[in-house]
Ligand binder design. Structure first.
Ligand code: GLP
Length: 257
């Protein structure tokens, strides 16, 4: 696991966008996994800037989003469909046929989840998966206790997640109780995972993700077993890490050959 500690949110976002840009330059038809939440918004802004300045072409990029609330139609302003179009897709030259976001209104969820998994496989697997982390350590919506081998499925959100995400809704009762999410096992098959975290609220889950035991109680900790995981954090999110000096040293002296 490569841990990159940045001064602040802006620096974190720029670093993440550069990694995504370099990956698209290397492979214009990159299969890019995307996340929602406030954390990646700065990265998406930076990607839009790169596109506007002619540095990036998304025309061949294929995307798969991690998750969606159950019960919210795509045009609902709190759906992750709406979020992704608002924060990224409406501002770049992505081909709409290449965009995949789980449906929160599928009729048969078991069948739908299998279809989503099959689509990822058909696309050749995810090359680079962007991730945030919940305050309870979840990736996607894989809440504490989820099998670290889980696949795309319908899940029940924790009360903590419902509380955290209620800031986007008028009232807490409006937050859906269920979601459809790529599983931890699905995420672990991405060739590279890029997890972003900022702010003090993420310091505890980040400390377990990077330095704690691998546990289904903090599903992000599964990334310790990933052969190519990059974790970019700001200073506040890194504040409970014990080996900060080494992470900084290893980043400054990373092999460039
Ligand atoms: C939601 C999403 C996660 C995201 C998390 C953190 O629960 N399902 O994918 O990582 O929120 O959100 P934020 O970035 O707003 O802290």
């Amino acid at each position: 696991m490569q841990v990159i500690i940045k001064e602040n949110y802006d620096e974190m976002s720029k670093e993440a966008a550069q990694i995504i840009r370099d990956a698209i330059h290397l492979k214009p038809n990159l299969v890019l996994g995307l996340a929602t939440g406030s954390t990646p918004v700065g990265t998406y802004k930076e990607l839009i800037r790169m596109y506007e300045e002619g540095e990036l072409d998304f025309s061949k990029v294929v995307t798969f989003n991690l998750d969606e609330y159950v019960g919210l139609p795509p045009n609902h302003d709190q759906s992750y469909h709406y979020f992704m179009h608002d924060k990224l897709f409406n501002h770049i030259n992505i081909n709409p046929a290449n965009v995949h976001i789980p449906s929160g209104i599928a009729k048969d969820f078991a069948k739908y989840c299998q279809w989503y998994e099959d689509e990822i496989k058909k696309a050749g697997g995810i090359d680079l998966q962007v991730l945030g982390i919940g305050s309870d350590g979840h990736i996607g919506f894989n809440e504490p206790g989820t099998s670290l081998a889980s696949r795309t499925s319908l899940v029940t959100l924790t009360e903590e997640t419902i509380r955290d995400n209620s800031r986007f809704f008028e009232k807490e009762e409006d937050v859906p109780r269920f979601a459809i999410t790529m599983g931890v096992g699905t995420i672990m098959e991405a060739k590279c995972c890029l997890l972003l975290a900022n702010g003090e609220k993420k310091a505890d889950p980040v400390s377990v993700l990077v330095e704690g035991p691998i546990t289904s109680q903090v599903t992000a900790s599964a990334l310790q077993m990933h052969p190519n995981a990059i974790v970019i954090v700001d200073k506040a999110a890194a504040s409970k890490l014990k080996r900060v000096d080494y992470y900084k040293w290893a980043y400054e002296n990373r092999p460039r050959f």
